[in-house]
Design a protein around this ligand. Structure first.
Ligand SMILES: [Fe+2]
Ligand SMILES: [Fe+2]
Length: 373
């Protein structure tokens, strides 16, 4: 997979000579050096102090000696994997590629789906590390630069632990899904510093909190559970950082500028409904992609899966209240409230928002206070 953009910066190889193991992206935002070192954003100071105190150690705080049996992880999952369920439901449809499958193949599909999901977490975390570093460079407030620096370290740890879990416990990672790739790529290129914030801290971090939460509720595997609890503790702070910073910044934007941000959110939620899929799963399972897609569609229809069930409900329960805090629901005569209302998303408006509930996620502090030394 070779993807390249803007590969002509001095010191970097020419686009044509870059190998497939890296991808180049050109950032169009200006770097900002600030001369005002005044610590005048109290909530960000608190969050930064909290970020420093809650750093955990990926080597010593997780027990990597735990033996993981991927098939057992799938078999003991309390929530059936949606892809496996759709495949099973379509098995008796005419021409279904799953007609002859037995439990063995469905378990294998479960393992591949888990591997694909953790691979997307790993790539997404690297994207978060790069975008957090971009925020360090581009945000014009010293307190935000400090905080984003701790976040960059957090995201390094997240990338590292997902990579290690895949490498030592599961198997070969999958490439980044085209959907996630495009989403993060756009944030890395954007010239406006707050769009990196809005896209990463509000949209993708909310998505990650929902995805990790859904996984933690469904698995009994102790290493994965602890790893996810610790990652979520960090992510909840990251979302809070986004809400606190952007609520201040958006107070002073014009209606036209706010409209751009409302449209950005509509694009990232209701207009772009492409799910983050990993087509390579079907290669490994020996099923032609188009056959798999057709069968899964039929399976989904048969199961009558709710539009905002499970994971999607968890995502919008995080996203909508956070966006409300930014004032983006009601700006421009409720433009976004109307758009989201039309597709039923306003039911999530008053779910718990992560600007205030991040303390409840602090698994690191909880474990430290219960430790008897
Ligand atoms: Fe992360
Ligand atoms: Fe994060």
């Amino acid at each position: 997979m070779t993807q390249m953009t803007g590969a002509n910066s001095p010191g970097l190889p020419d686009a044509d000579t870059v190998d497939a193991s890296i991808k180049l992206v050109t950032d169009n935002a200006a770097r900002v050096f600030v001369w005002n070192y005044e610590r005048d954003r109290d909530q960000l100071v608190t969050l930064y102090n909290k970020g420093m105190a809650s750093q955990w150690n990926s080597v010593t705080d997780l027990d990597w000696s735990i033996d993981v049996d991927p098939e057992r992880v799938v078999a003991t999952s309390t929530q059936p994997n949606a892809t496996v369920e759709m495949a099973r439901a379509s098995a008796d449809e005419p021409g279904s590629p799953f007609a002859k499958w037995t439990d063995k193949e469905y378990t294998q599909l479960g393992v591949e789906s888990l591997t694909a999901q953790l691979s997307q977490f790993m790539h997404g975390e690297q994207g978060a590390m790069i975008v957090a570093a971009k925020i360090v460079e581009t945000v014009p407030w010293i307190d935000a630069k400090y905080y984003a620096s701790t976040q960059t370290m957090d995201e390094a740890r997240h990338t590292e632990v997902f990579a290690k879990y895949l490498h030592t416990k599961l198997g070969d990672a999958y490439p980044m899904s085209p959907f996630l790739d495009r989403q993060i790529n756009d944030l890395m290129e954007d010239s406006r510093w707050d769009i990196a914030y809005l896209g990463m801290q509000i949209v993708i971090e909310s998505l990650a909190l929902a995805a990790f939460g859904t996984m933690i509720r469904s698995t009994e595997e102790p290493l994965l559970r602890r790893l996810l609890r610790y990652v979520m503790a960090d992510e909840a702070r990251h979302v809070a950082f986004g809400v606190l910073s952007l609520a201040e910044y958006y107070e002073n934007l014009t209606s036209a500028e706010l409209m751009d941000r409302q449209e950005f959110l509509a694009d990232n939620t209701i207009r772009n409904r492409t799910r983050s899929t990993t087509p390579e799963i079907w290669e490994r399972m020996g099923v032609p992609l188009e056959d798999a897609k057709t069968a899964l569609r039929a399976g989904a229809e048969k199961l009558d899966m709710p539009l905002f069930g499970g994971f999607m409900a968890a995502f919008f329960s995080k996203l909508v209240p956070n966006v409300r805090k930014l004032g983006l629901l009601d700006a421009n005569d409720g433009h976004l409230r109307r758009l989201w209302g039309d597709v039923g998303l306003m039911q999530f408006e008053f779910a718990a928002d992560t600007a205030s509930d991040y303390e409840t996620y602090d698994a690191v502090a909880q474990d430290r206070s219960s430790r008897v030394d």
